[in-house]
Design a binder for this molecule. Sequence first.
Ligand SMILES: [Zn+2]
Length: 177
Amino acid sequence: MHPEGGCGLARHGTYERRSPPGTRIARWYCPKGHRTFSLLPDCLAARMPGTLAEIEAFLVSREQAKSLEAACLSLRPEIEWPGLLRWARRRIQAVYTALHLLKGLLPTLFEGCPPTLAGFSQRLGSEGVLPALRSIAAPFLAELPTPLGLRPRRPRGARPDRALQHSTGADPPGLMA
Ligand SMILES: [Zn+2]
């Protein structure tokens, strides 16, 4: 909100995340803007429980499995089947949307690379694709969907997405006018 500084941004305690257990996220507060900011570590999923590595492990198993159901068999036995499929589809849709967008945003790096975790992993020479993308895609995180990026899901019925149009910051007044 105040890249020029001088607004008095200050530590504002922490909040706890249930997963992974014991995680505390540092918060900061801007007194001029009356807003708090959370410092989410690169290893954690945004607006979803758990780590990016856990989500990546599931998606890699999905890429290797014959079906979504087969990939889900070993997952979270405490969740009933319809909930599990929703859990899986939500992550699949969000992460592959982000990979597609990143191919376009970083054409030099990802040209000709399949927009899959296997493809990105090979291109980056790293298995921790999602945590690595947090720094590689740092300029775009506000515009990439969670859990990799920081852009919350659009509410049902909202106007079409205007994210990747070089606007900066979240919802400046008048954007939707
Ligand atoms: Zn500020």
